[in-house]
Design a protein around this ligand. Structure first.
Ligand code: ADP
Ligand SMILES: N[C@@H](CCOP(=O)(O)O)C(=O)O
Length: 357
């Protein structure tokens, strides 16, 4: 018998200033997969070695670039990893996945985190594996190896997370090259081997409150910056002063964002960072100028401003005056020959969901 379901996963903004690789907030912009499994319709998928036909909505982000072969696409490769850990080699015959993706790729809004979370949920659902969200996080963390976006996208809301200490054996299992976790892209042989199972409870997290009066303005430059490239410019070591600077602000920020009324005098300085943003300015024209000159003093309603994830998107938190704040940042990017679009988003409370149709 045929069955259909929809998987929805929110975008996310990681770091929120001082919380590098720690904080993430889920945003009301959703990657959606419409999935049908119809064994009587196997002719539609029998040209794919993994029984899965992918279509991608024309108005979606990445329409021209995202691969649609099931062993190349990040979502279905991730699902195949989950299935193969349960010794299931491919999708059930007659599986179709229609992807709708409004999350811009490579902009610091967690598109890859959402794709990985969607892939793990897809594997869990088609394989009827009954994994908990906590266990699914482990699978996600084998692929995207920092927990901030993944946790917010899976669990929703505003999250703090860390990776627990792993035993030497677990480290070996987790630190293996990605190519050995994900099935090889086209041309690669399915060796029939079982991939490494994730260690249990790799990621620990808590959810914080978030004052709903605080909205998220995302100013999105029209150029891509891969997270890997943006991580490669960071130093390997930091001074004690810089680490303490961030830790002090991180401790205050997680509570400051819950308070009512929101207090810009507390939030704005608590969103300052010395661990990643100063190093990333060489990749993002105008970043330092924007972060220093758009303030609560110049713009009523602005609570704080930071780089979203690895950039280049700017995240401005505000309670009012959204158009003016966005326009100011867009103008400053324009002076650096960078065109932008912007979106006003809320915090997405629910995280990733599956709805049976
Ligand atoms: N919906 C998607 N389907 C397939 N691949 C995706 C999807 N979304 C993102 N990706 C992959 O993730 C890459 C972007 O990841 P990354 O550099 O981490 O940036 P970010 O997560 O900040 O958008 C894309 O170039 C693409 O390879
Ligand atoms: N903590 C990571 C977050 C990357 O987020 P993304 O949305 O840019 O993938 C980092 O700052 O590198």
């Amino acid at each position: 018998m045929a069955r259909s379901f929809v998987i929805k996963v929110p975008a996310s903004s990681a770091n929120i200033g001082p919380g590098y690789d720690v904080l993430g907030v889920a945003l009301s912009l959703y990657l959606e997969l419409e999935v049908t499994i119809d064994p009587s319709n196997d002719s539609i998928t029998n040209t794919d070695p993994n029984n899965c036909r992918i279509t991608y909505s024309e108005d979606s982000e990445g329409y021209d670039s995202v691969p649609l072969a099931s062993d190349s696409n990040l979502i279905t490769r991730t699902a195949l990893y989950v299935l193969r850990c349960s010794n299931v080699r491919r999708f059930p015959s007659g599986t179709t996945v229609h992807i709708k993706n409004p999350i811009p790729l490579g902009r610091g809004l967690g598109s890859s985190g959402a794709a990985v979370v969607a892939g793990v949920m897809l594997g869990n659902e088609v394989g009827q594996l009954d994994l908990s969200k906590q266990r699914m996080l482990d699978f996600c963390l084998m692929i995207e190896r920092h927990p901030d976006n993944i946790t917010a996208a899976m669990m929703g809301s505003f999250c703090g997370s860390f990776l627990r200490d792993l035993t030497a054996q677990e480290v070996e299992r987790r630190e293996i090259p990605l190519a050995e976790v994900l099935p090889e892209p086209s041309g690669g042989e399915d060796t029939g081997l079982m991939p490494p199972l994730p260690p249990v409870d790799i990621g620990q997290h808590v959810k914080y409150n978030w004052n709903p009066k605080i909205k998220c303005i995302a100013i999105i430059p029209q150029f891509e910056l891969s997270t890997a490239d943006s991580r490669s410019v960071l130093p390997k070591a930091y001074t004690t002063q810089d680490l303490v600077f961030n830790l002090q602000r991180l401790a205050v920020l997680t509570n400051a964002l819950t308070l009512d009324p929101p207090d810009a005098k507390l939030i704005y300085p608590a969103m300052q960072d010395r661990v990643h943003q100063p190093y990333r300015k060489i990749l993002i024209p105008g970043l330092t100028d924007i972060l220093q000159s758009v303030t609560p003093a110049t713009h009523k309603g602005l609570m704080g401003i930071c780089l979203s994830g690895a950039g280049p998107t700017i995240l401005a938190l505000a309670t009012e005056n959204f158009d003016d704040i966005a326009q100011e940042i867009i103008n400053r990017f324009t002076k650096n020959n960078v065109q932008c679009e912007w979106k006003l988003l809320d915090v997405a409370q629910g995280g990733a969901t599956v709805e049976q149709l």
